[in-house]
Design a protein around this ligand. Sequence first.
Ligand code: BDP
Length: 728
Amino acid sequence: MNRMNKPQTILRALAPLMVALPLNPAWGFEEDGYELWLRYRALEGAQRTRVLAHAKVIVAPAGPSLTALAAVAELHRGLSGLVGRPPELAREIRKGAIVLATPASLPAIAKLDLDLASLGQEGYLLRATKVRGHAVTLVAANSDVGLLYGTFALLAAMRTGVDLAKIDVRSAPKVALRMLNHWDNLDRTIERGYAGESIWEWHHLPDVKDARYVDYARANASIGINGTVLNNVNSKAEMMTAPWIAKAAALADVFRPYGIRVYLSVRWSAPMELKQTATADPLDPAVRKWWKDKAAEIYKVIPDFGGFLVKANSEGQPGPQDYKRSHAEGANLLAEAVAPHGGLVFWRAFVYSQFDEEDRAKQAYTEFVPLDGTFAKNVIVQVKNGPIDFQPREPFHPLFGAMPKTPLAMEFQITKEYLGFATHLAYLGPMYEEVLQADTGRPRKGSTVAKVIDGSLDGNKLTAMAGVANIGSSRTWSGSHFDAANWYMFGRLAWDPHASSRDIARDWAALTFSTDRKSTEAIVEMMMRSREAVVDYMNPLGLHHLMDTGHHYGPGPWVSELRRPEWNPTYYHQADRKGIGFDRTPKGSNALEQYAPDVARQWADPKTTSDQFLLWFHHLPWDFRMPSGRSLWDELIARYDRGVAGAGDLRKRWDRLKNVIDPRRHREVREFLLIQEQEAKWWRDASVAYFRSVSGLPLPKGHAAPPLTLEQYKSRRTPWAPGRAQPY
Ligand code: BDP
């Protein structure tokens, strides 16, 4: 044996690589985040015994559909991991079985008084009960997809220590369409994506169906997501051509068993760009026919195709207004094309025009409210959570509560374009919850955004919530371990917009990291604090849109030279020698008039405006007295510093968890937290340097001067930051 081949020599040579090897003596093997919250690690002690007693066999519905088979496969996979052996598959109900049943597959459950009717088509029930005299764990639903959702819930319950002998859970979604919106381009780049390339291997589709698509579908089904828009809202005409429709069809085939429908973003001018019509005017008969034929062509290969998502007449995208037609005329044309097939149109209200002088925060309302009641029955208007653009904090969009005759979908951004990309830890749950719980005041007090979204306010059945996906080909899927929490949380809040983001964080942390209660709570605490820290070091006190141009990475409050006023951060903060803030009261743009009178009244006076929105609605002198007793200037600096301290605090809290988190994930999270700490400081220092140059005021005592000059901050360039938009 040559010396180099001796085992000891090889081991020694490999020593520096050992940390990265999958085998780690302390943890068995290294976790890399790929399994997300669906990690089926071996249970120990009492919980293992309990699960074993209740999961001896699986009784699947006879002649199972692919969806029921997916549920069985998940139980098989899950229990193989949790208790070390897969359960037997049986026909006969026995003691200790998990019984998957719908009233159609097992009429006996009708006698059990389960009130299945109230679960609707997608809800499920988990119950320890007797079926035909045998004590079993029943997973019951009205449909197979309900069984699949129930299965995921049962596996989560097993992992979080729920006593299966007493399990009794019922759950049904409050929102009908729970959608991811991918901003994935056809070349696999992702607009505002920070998790690598698109997971859609377009070039290999439809011939190759990557195994990852199944894992994507499993993860989504486990949180109840039932729709996915595959391509960027800044869409390309090619998406509407036969080869690309075939690619979408291949993905739809993979997702179908998991209850997920495929949708596509369309480019308004597609028929014209493909040189098949002379115009894209929605009232032109040739255009109408083109879309009808196109819809029929799509439905031929994707019979359950969900429909279209449209960004029109916004940020330079073409749209019906190019032909002096309204958004409703545009939406209704597409609605007419998909209606015979049961399809839907999601028409985005994120519109602002580079030619409109009006406060950008007002434009969507101005354009859409007059159209209330004129959209076709299968159109949903999709509204971003706030009136500007996914900022770290915005008041709720005034369109919520202002279009009672139109189904409105919520659009959240899961990918963190404006909250530190994938490197900053920012759990968005509290941000979504803040918006959903906001009271629109219309038509009466208590009319929260959540009630608009779940349809309960106006008796609307066509309900939807969309999240701009943060998924890419990164091993962690979302670019960081903690960003997966935002995907998870989105699904859970779409299922129930009234749920608590803290409870959701708890479930995620337990399923992702550790079911030890103290560790879970420590992680949850970090998550719950994280978004507020980001607000403080990036956009405190209601400031917004202060990031650098184009890629939106890092601070750029000084940017003022872009062609249109509303492209510049200086337009949004309006800071000068005397004060700071955007006046949206009647003295200014009067964006306040778009809110219900009670809400507007509260925000009209800086004294009654929450400091969260102070500079969103008011332009105030630097010496304005804050409730803290400090001047506005001093408070601003204090907030920036609080943000930096908050980022440092996250890192310290994580350090304390070193012994309870597996080493690789602990290290990877820590590396990002260090970046966050540095970038929080960068945001703070650059912003303070700039605002100090504008206000001419000295820094309050105890607050350090930025270490560099303003010019040095301004000269920092990051032209190749990830997630940039493609030129339209
Ligand atoms: C903005 C993004 C841009 C998107 C746009 C949208 O910067 O890339 O195209 O939103 O939602 O926030 O259409």
